[in-house]
Design a protein around this ligand. Structure first.
Ligand SMILES: [Zn+2]
Length: 321
């Protein structure tokens, strides 16, 4: 496969492309901004070109494109794909390695560009593809896409995202509140668990596994849900941080929930809230509980952490160019 890498390097150099984010190489060819990515799998190697133009995907000009015999045949054989989005054409060579080896990439790419030129897509090749009035000297690369966009148009599109992120920062202050809500959820569950046993006047309760599993999901949602919900709305920089922080907050919620639960036990016996005694009793209670009860609590805590981390996965606001 090293040979393929060399051939790919030569292609990139030959096209005069520069490295950009996400393993993309970008540049301009015959006035069209293009980006190239090479995706190598076990048995296949895709060559993925982005070709930028100023027209929306549904433009009449794009429906009448004429690519020529060779491309038409490859498209029919599903060896080449050309798909359109607004201002962007995706040109995919499915057998990327083969085309690199036989040197046909440039010929095929040029055939596509010729078709685009004939349809009038190459007019005003220096202008911003959005306002079509401003000159653009440098290409922009965002979210794995190349774009020819002027600073004003880019600013207009970035502004709502920046505003959303600033709003989301305020959510940071809600983290302790979310942990507290989770703690209350935890305490309520285990108080309800105790009360259920009292109500049924039994020490043993047979719970079908499926019910137990559903319960764990509910507990996880109650304990980890609020934390996850808040974290999801905070702009993220690091993926690791976005797993560690909700996990920690969920653990804090569980421990605080245990304190609340024991405080309830103390209150029931003594009719007063005695936090010092609750803390002292907590560790004793853990020590004296039977294994099954502890395992259930650990599983529930795990479910809480899992739900917090899962829900917290942020929906990154994307700039779609
Ligand atoms: Zn513009």
């Amino acid at each position: 496969m090293n040979e393929v890498t060399d051939q790919y390097g030569r292609l990139v150099n030959g096209l005069g492309l520069q490295p950009a984010e996400d393993e993309l190489f970008i540049g301009k060819l015959r006035g069209f901004p293009i980006a190239l990515k090479f995706i190598r799998g076990e048995s296949s190697a895709l060559l993925l070109f982005q070709i930028r133009h100023p027209l929306p995907a549904k433009a009449q000009e794009l429906s009448d494109l004429c690519y020529g015999d060779e491309l038409d045949r490859l498209i029919t054989e599903k060896k080449v794909e050309i798909s359109m989005e607004d201002r962007l054409a995706w040109f995919t060579l499915v057998d990327g390695a083969e085309h690199l080896a036989d040197g046909s990439v440039l010929r095929l790419l040029n055939a596509v560009l010729t078709a685009f030129e004939k349809a009038g897509l190459g007019r005003n090749s220096e202008l911003c593809h959005y306002c079509q009035t401003e000159q653009v000297a440098t290409l922009t690369c965002e979210n794995g896409r190349v774009a020819q966009i002027c600073p004003a148009c880019l600013h207009q599109r970035t502004q709502p995202i920046v505003a959303a992120q600033a709003g989301a920062l305020r959510m940071l202050a809600l983290c302790p509140v979310a942990a507290l809500v989770g703690a209350v959820g935890w305490a309520v569950i285990w108080i309800a668990y105790d009360l259920l046993f009292e109500l049924l006047k039994t020490n043993v309760l047979h719970i079908p596994r499926i019910v137990a599993a559903v319960e764990m999901v509910i507990i996880g949602g109650l304990v980890g849900g609020p934390v996850g919900w808040v974290m999801k709305r905070i702009p993220h920089k690091s993926k690791k941080l976005y797993a560690i922080v909700p996990a920690l907050l969920a653990i804090i919620a569980v421990v605080a929930g245990e304190v609340l639960y024991v405080t309830w036990l103390v209150y029931r016996e003594m009719h007063e809230i005695w936090l010092g005694l609750s803390l002292k009793l907590l560790t004793r209670l853990w020590g004296e509980s039977d294994g099954f009860y502890l395992i259930m609590k650990l599983l529930a805590a795990g479910a809480g952490v899992f739900m917090a981390v899962t829900i917290a996965r942020p929906a990154k606001p994307k700039l779609n160019l």
